[in-house]
Structure formats: C-alpha cells, structure tokens
Ligand binder design. Structure first.
Ligand code: UDP
Length: 238
C-alpha cells in the first residue's frame, strides 16, 4: 500500500494524525511525549512512540483474528501506522481486573485487590470537564452513543480483556487495568481504535509486582524507558 501524509489534521498528547489521499484512511504518528494528571505533568519517554506503535499493531492484528474489529490498516514505519478514519466515540472505556489508580482512590481501598470478575466503566472524553465518570444512561441521554453501540462496545471490551489477560500472563505479566477507545467508520461500524500500550494499561510483573507501565512516569519511580522496553521484549521479543 502506498499511503502518504498530506496534511496534519490533529495533534494530541501522544500522537499526531494526518490525512492521506484516501478519505477513509489516516496516518497516526506516535510521539515520545508523555503527560499525566490531566496534562499537569509533562515529560519525554525516549523510544516510547516506536514501542507504543508496534505494540498496538501487534495486539490489534491478533485481536482482529480473535473477532474484534479494529482500525488497523498497515504499519508504515517504526512510529507511523495507516488506520481507518473513524469518528471517536467520546467515551474512555476502562476495564479492571485488579484495584489500582483512581479506583483505589475513589473507594478508599488498597491497590492489588484481585476482582472475582472484571469491571467496566466509562469516562466522558472532554478535557474541559476533566473526563468525568459517566454511566451508560447518561451517555445515551447525551447522544454520545446509542444503546446498541454501547452493547457492542462492552462486548468487544471484555473480549479484549480475555485475550490480553491470557497473552500477557504467558509473558509473566498481570493485566491490572486498561483504557480503550472505539470509533465509528463511515458506514457506522464500531471498531477498536486508539492504542493498547504501557501508556494506556497497567502491567505488573506477575511474580514481583514490579510496575512495567506509565505509572513509573506518573509516580517518578525511575527506569521508565526500561519498563517500556521490557514490555516490548516480553510481548514481541524485541
Ligand atoms: N487511562 C488512560 N487514559 C486516561 C485515564 C486512564 O489510558 O485518561 C488508563 C490508565 O493507564 C489505567 C486505566 O486506564 O491503565 C485506569 O486508570 P485510572 O482510572 O485508574 O486512572 P489513573 O489512576 O490513571 O488516573
């Protein structure tokens, strides 16, 4: 496939998006920039863009085979990927297997409680409102998605969890929690979009509990680059 960047459509915190000659295809370009705490903390994680791009593509290709449609089209370079142009459903879909982060804080519990079954929650993607927690009734009331779309999103999100949990455990990693985003293609099909990476997941070493994700950056734990590289090595052997 011969896809080239034409014009920058958007620059987010971790990625840039470019148009191509094909109105149904855009190119995402992953940056090394990292932000946390609502953009209050800023930094650089060297090599992160390349790792997140390749890990996302590696996982999305396998998810497609497992029956979850994704936006993936073709990896173009270390940091660039052609993906289907979608309208992002403005919901962050969070699945949790173990208590951590905002869950532990909100309910006043420790991190590391293993749940009997995974949980799902949504945040309304709106920077000005600081991505508030939202339930499905409110999402439908605000026309962020239809009931049918929410049902499909929930089904795919749990399928992603089943696949990821198993794949990671084989690499000696516990999948604590993660965030997904879904998009709608021009014909209205819901597909998995955005990324699946140490930026958007919590990965703990299954034996030692060592954090191998963006919490190392958020909490100043050191060896941030090393954690991203370790996850790339364990999952993709590179
Ligand atoms: N997450 C994310 N983007 C966000 C918020 C959360 O990718 O804007 C991911 C985060 O990395 C973690 C999961 O979603 O794997 C659950 O995050 P949580 O709600 O605990 O929030 P946090 O503690 O990151 O503020």
């Amino acid at each position: 496939m011969n896809v080239k960047k034409i014009e920058q459509l958007y620059e987010g915190k971790a990625k840039k998006v470019f148009s191509t000659e094909d109105p149904e295809v855009v190119i995402v370009d992953y940056k090394d920039d990292a932000t946390a705490f609502d953009g209050m903390k800023k930094g650089t994680i060297l090599g992160k863009g390349a790792i997140n791009n390749q890990m996302t593509n590696f996982l999305m290709q396998q998810l497609e085979k497992a029956g979850v449609p994704t936006h993936f089209v073709e990896e173009l370079s270390e940091r660039e990927t052609a993906v289907k142009r979608v309208t992002i459903v403005p919901l962050e879909v969070i699945i949790r297997n173990v208590s951590a982060g905002s869950f532990a804080k909100r309910y006043g519990v420790k991190e590391g409680i293993v749940f009997d079954e995974p949980t799902i929650e949504f945040s309304y993607k709106d920077d000005d409102l600081h991505d508030p927690l939202i339930n499905d009734y409110h999402a439908v009331a605000l026309h962020l998605a239809t009931w049918e779309e929410i049902e499909v999103i929930k089904k795919y999100a749990f399928q992603v969890n089943d696949f990821l949990k198993k794949t990671l455990l084989e690499c000696g990693v516990t999948l604590v929690d993660f965030k997904l985003e879904f998009g709608k293609t021009s014909d209205g099909t819901i597909v998995l979009a955005d990324e699946i990476s140490p930026d958007t997941c919590r990965f703990w070493d299954a034996k030692t509990g060592e954090k191998l994700d963006k919490d190392r950056f958020r909490r100043d734990l050191g060896n941030v680059e090393g954690a991203y590289q370790e996850m790339a090595r364990r999952l993709m052997g590179k």
